[in-house]
Design a protein. Structure first.
Length: 142
């Protein structure tokens, strides 16, 4: 995974460079962590989209209010499972410091990720989407 575009987003002295580089060399999005974004943080390029999207094949890019977002609808057999998943995504969001829109319905949950600071998609959104998929697999495997 090439993340050189992402590395320049850090100011000198923000985070140990060795840790940032080590994370950048990992091969899956679920192994990475979200970082704080600023209004001048880089957006995803078409080349990066082609690199990351295969890791989250069930997500679609939708545009809402002029902002592209990653979105997926998760289906459940019971409402209680949908609530449990919603809570797991909320915990993930708090852990990563990156927060989605979550719509809980009878037996489905729609999750939308985008980066508010840049009103666009960032690596954080792909990381969070991959980790959301992981939460879903863990819950539905039980």
């Amino acid at each position: 995974m090439t993340l050189a575009w992402f590395l320049h987003d850090f100011s000198p002295g923000v985070g140990p460079p060795a840790i940032i580089l080590a994370e950048a060399l990992m091969t899956t999005l679920t192994e990475l962590h979200c970082v704080a974004c600023r209004p001048d943080s880089p957006t995803i390029t078409p080349e990066q989209l082609a690199e990351f999207q295969p890791q989250i094949p069930d997500w679609t890019i939708v545009e809402r209010d002029g902002v592209p977002r990653l979105e997926r609808v998760f289906r459940f057999r019971r409402y209680a499972d949908a609530v449990r998943f919603t809570n797991a995504v909320a915990a993930l969001a708090e852990q990563e410091g990156h927060h989605p829109a979550i719509l809980l319905e009878a037996r489905s949950v729609t999750v939308s990720w985008w980066t508010h600071a840049i009103r666009n998609l960032h690596l954080n959104d792909f990381i969070a989407a991959a980790k959301t998929d992981h939460c879903y697999r863990e819950l539905t495997a039980a």
